[in-house]
Design a protein around this ligand. Structure first.
Ligand SMILES: [Ca+2]
Length: 274
């Protein structure tokens, strides 16, 4: 591999592309996933919750409630990961942050145990799991809020949130589930732009991914930077067709979005692999 470096370097020099910095605002149409999901079971239905493994029994009940008249009881759990599950695919956007919360209480007679909230994300048939709310002690005496912030960092084909236990098979209630979008803080605009301060000295560069080309990330880029390089979308494994085709879209997005706004450096990622 080492003997190929001179060729790659030559290639890098030939293809070091410098687009003039013309700060003309462009926009990328991107769906905003700011939807809020709330399930309180007050219509007497499970409101989309389903048995995660298939053999749990989910019952909308008046026996215990956090608020209103109904909650959802899960019994017949055969595994620690058995529990109520909700399909949230399409409700959570990669790169955005959300608060996920649900109230929980054990069924009467159950001993205190730890419950947690998890997410199963699937891409190309491969499942991965995130713990959203870590193990939290829950009892049969009072309702406990399970709540945490979650950011989806991967592209997925399906996405489920579910409530499970750390180890035992206790029956438990849930009520007042919420999934809410957390908008990012805006950038600080009342300060000098780095690219302007150093315009006579050097360019201010950043390595960026396609999903950082809109929203608050794009605002920050436009405020302070006038040179960019693709973080991963132009690496060899991203550009060779037999490798990951997914990032070709990223490369196209980078050029489409940015060539009028920034000087684009290509050579760095080619040299990177020497
Ligand atoms: Ca309720």
């Amino acid at each position: 591999m080492r003997k190929k470096c001179p060729l790659i370097l030559l290639f890098a020099l030939l293809f070091s592309v410098f687009f003039p910095a013309n700060v003309q605002r462009t926009t990328v149409a991107k769906e905003t996933f700011s939807e809020v999901i709330r399930t309180d079971f007050e219509d007497g239905s499970a409101q989309g919750w389903q048995p995660w493994i298939g053999k749990e029994r989910l019952t909308v009940t008046e026996a215990e409630v956090k608020t209103g008249k109904y909650s959802l009881l899960t019994t017949g759990r055969q595994h620690a990961y058995s529990g109520p599950a909700l399909n949230v695919y399409g409700k959570i956007q990669k790169g955005n942050k959300y608060t996920i919360s649900v109230w929980a209480k054990l069924a009467r007679g159950e001993r205190p145990t730890s419950l947690r909230v998890s997410i199963q994300r699937t891409v190309n048939g491969v499942n991965d799991y995130d713990t959203v709310v870590p193990n939290t002690t829950v009892t049969a005496d009072e309702w406990v809020l399970l709540s945490a912030t979650y950011e989806l960092k991967y592209t997925v084909d399906s996405l489920y949130v579910y409530v499970e236990s750390a180890s035992d098979l206790s029956s438990f209630y849930i009520d007042d589930f919420e999934l809410t979008y957390l908008p990012p803080l805006p950038i600080q605009t009342d300060i000098p732009s780095l690219k302007d301060v150093y315009q006579d000295d050097f360019a201010i560069g950043a390595a960026v991914a396609p999903d950082q080309l809109d929203g608050v990330h794009a605002d920050l880029l436009k405020k302070h930077f006038n040179s960019i390089v693709a973080e991963n979308a132009m690496k060899p494994e991203s550009l060779v067709p037999s490798m990951r085709m997914e990032t070709e879209r990223g490369t196209a997005s980078l050029f489409g979005m940015t060539k009028r706004d920034y000087r684009i450096e290509i050579h760095q990622n080619l040299v990177y692999y020497c």
